[in-house]
Write a protein that binds this ligand. Sequence first.
Ligand code: DP6
Length: 360
Amino acid sequence: MEITTFLPQAYTENIDNGTVTWKSPSNIALIKYWGKKEDQIPQNPSISFTLDACATTTKLSYKKHAEKNDDFSFDLFFEGKQKDDFKPKINTFLKRVESYLLFLKDYHFTIETSNSFPHSSGIASSASGMSALALCLMSLEKELNPTMTDEFFNQKASFLARLGSGSASRSIEGDLIVWGTHEDTIGSSDLFGIKYPYKVHEVFKNYHDTILLVDKGEKQVSSTVGHNLMHNHPFAEQRFAQAHKNLTKIQSVLADGDLDEFIAIVESEALTLHAMMMTSMPYFILMKPNTLEIINRIWKFRQESGTHICFTLDAGANVHILYPENEKDEIYPFIQEELVKFCQNGHHICDRIGFGAKKA
Ligand code: DP6
């Protein structure tokens, strides 16, 4: 599919004002996106579980100007308070999507947004935040052009969300999403996320993700800086090739419910992501001593209990613990007794696989 697919058609309706609200989830990558080209094109395909509890709710109110403005006009409220320091990020996003949404300078927008998780939790809100905003803008576009199909609505929402933050393209639908062109995944695209199109074993329904908040501080490496580290990285090409191979491999794992192989792919992906950061120039160690302590305890417990607990990491110190529903009665008490003490103030979030964004 070409970028031109998302250029707007002439609008058939005239809308003066209105409001729309979307609640959009975060997601956790099993095969990681790390490295991008210009215009938010990923260097490799990725696949994620859509989450449920970690979400951003965004209300967009729009009021048409008497005449088209020269610039974007909007107010931004985060958790009820005017937040001018978030405005440049939104402004950059609006500039990136301007040619795909011709109405942006016709309206004054009020954006009211809040997260289900604490802002300072170290959980990135860019995936849920950018996807929620993209969905709100798409709802207005659909009012202006009501013949739009639901399929196109979701695709374009993902396309726009990607221009805000790459991983946000995977937060429109659920429960498993692939983003990035992959030779063995039919319909996959660098431009937007798609629902994973193949068979998924029952064991992956209702999968749990308990997020351990090891370090709630500001991110040491912003995602832009992080992705740039893959330019001229000595292992970049091998890493991108590995992600392609892992995505092919995970297909039979997801179909057959092969949890041992699932664990091997997911943990290797997490450690590879961190290995990329440790071997880039400049280099970073984003794990904390408690991250390692948690990983070692997960490995020990897995061996002793014969359960299928495993971990994954984002570009930070927090640990996502993944496990199937039918093992939760054994695994969750272990997390509470042995792992929560390594979290900052004991903070953790019990999340699970979810089914995508919802209009309020
Ligand atoms: C480590 O989507 O935050 O979480 O496109 O620059 O906004 P930008 O990056 P972002 O990168 C996320 C990287 C990751 C892995 C992943 O989610 O696949």
